[in-house]
Structure formats: C-alpha cells, structure tokens
Design a protein. Structure first.
Length: 267
C-alpha cells in the first residue's frame, strides 16, 4: 500500500487528478483498447474532477477512449433527479470533457429487477477485461462505495441498506433532511473493487482519521471495509494531514520518507 500524505484537500485533488491523467496517458488508450476507469461521487472527489477538467481543457489529456464505471446509485432516483449520481457525474465531470456517452456506465436506480441489473453490471465490467484504476472515497465508518460495516469482503454488485450514520452524513446533499435520503442503494461489491488492477482512495479531514487508522494500521476486518485495501497489490490512499490524526507518528514519518518523489504534472 502507498500512503500519499498531502498538506491540504486541494493538494489531494491535484495529486489525484494528475495521477489519473498520468495513468490514462501512459496507457495510450484506443477505441479497441480503452482505459477503464472506476469513479465515485460525494464531496471528496469534487476537487479531483475540477482538476481533471482543467487538465482536459489545457489539451493535456483526452477522455475519448476512456470507459467509466461508477460505484453506486440510490434506488428510486432517476438520471434527471438532481440528487442521483447520474446527475452528479454529468454535472461535475462528464459534460465538461470529451468522453462519449456510450462509454459511461452507471447503475440504474429505477430498475425493478435488482438481481438482473447487478449481474448485468458485473458482466459489463468483465466484458472490458478489468477496471484499470478504481477511484473511491471512504466513509467515516470505513465504508467504501456503499459497502457498510459488516459487508462481505468478497461481495459483488448488489442492493445494500444504508446505516443511520451514512444517511445522516449524506443528508447534506438533501437539504439536511434525513427523511429524503433513500435508505437503499445499488453498489459495487468489495470484491468488485478489489478486482481492479489498481485502487486509489481519497481521504480528507479529521472526521475520516479513525477510518484511515483502520485502513493503514488496523487488522483486516469486515467492520472496517476499507481495511481490505491492505490485501490489494496496487492500493493507494491519498490523504491530507488532518486525516492522519489517529495514525502513529512513526507511521506518518515512514510513509512520508518513502514518498519523496511526487508524481510530475502532465506535460
């Protein structure tokens, strides 16, 4: 595991965007061999998306041969609902870059056949071979995607019921009204995420410090789903200083020492 410790959220966003662009550019994707990118929603990746848009508008990267798969979607919300993740992704990223609509894949929150939709999503991912880079965030309780504490560490795309803590946290996107937050979602599983060639998680703020502690220093435990990243051969966590508040000083010093060389900006 790599732990990239930045000073601020803005630095996390720049580092992560540069890394995504670097991976795409080095892959040299084509129509026959697209780069497959897993993406997430929420407040944490917003800065990264803004930086990726800047890189694209500067002519340093193209998304023409990039295929995306998002992590999750609320059940009962359609693509035009402003709180849906379809809407979030288009407003904050997709409509600002040159990714073809056919290359964008999101779960259907209006499906009536949950099992069929989830299996179709898994099959669609497999049809591309693999996800080359999956970018995600982490909840304060250690959930990744919507795999809440207690989730199977080998789970696949499925329906999940949200915890009260997650509903409360996400109510900020619903005007602070917890009753408006759907209590069920479709989400990729932990096993689905771990199948990716590389996984990069973004962690910001002291509210995520305990989750980061369990991810880096704790044991692998389904009550802290993020801890499974310890088992990935190419896992990266990009965090800011406040998120390291519950890490041992020796741990922070160790990871800072081995990350002396920062990823150069796209040229």
């Amino acid at each position: 595991m790599r732990l990239i410790i930045n000073n601020t959220y803005q630095e996390i966003s720049v580092w992560a965007a540069n890394y995504v662009a670097y991976r795409i550019k080095n892959f040299r994707p084509s129509a026959q061999k697209p780069f497959v990118l897993g993406l997430c929603t929420g407040s944490t990746p917003l800065g990264m998306y803004a930086e990726l848009i800047k890189i694209y508008k500067a002519g340093k990267i193209s998304f023409e041969n990039v295929v995306t798969f998002n992590m999750d979607e609320y059940l009962g919300l359609g693509p035009n609902d402003e709180q849906s993740y379809h809407y979030f992704m288009h407003e904050n990223f997709f409509r600002h870059v040159n990714i073809p609509q056919a290359n964008i894949h999101l779960l259907n929150g209006l499906t009536k056949d949950y099992t069929k939709e989830c299996q179709h999503y898994e099959d669609l991912i497999k049809s591309y071979g693999t996800i080359h880079l999956f970018v995600g965030g982490v909840g304060s309780d250690g959930h990744i995607a919507f795999n809440e504490p207690g989730s199977s560490l080998t789970s696949r795309t499925r329906v999940k019921t949200l915890t009260a803590e997650t509903i409360a946290a996400n109510s900020r996107f619903f005007g602070g009204n917890k009753s408006k937050v759907p209590n069920s979602v479709l989400t990729v599983g932990i096993g689905t995420i771990m199948d990716a060639e590389e996984v990069m998680l973004l962690v910001s703020g002291d509210k995520k410090a305990r989750a980061l502690h369990h991810a880096v220093e704790g044991s692998i435990n389904h009550m802290w789903p993020v801890s499974i990243l310890q088992m990935h051969p190419h896992g990266i966590i990009v965090c800011d200083e406040p998120a390291t508040n519950e890490l041992k000083a020796d741990t922070v010093r160790y990871f800072k020492e081995i990350e002396q060389q920062r990823m150069p900006k796209i040229k």
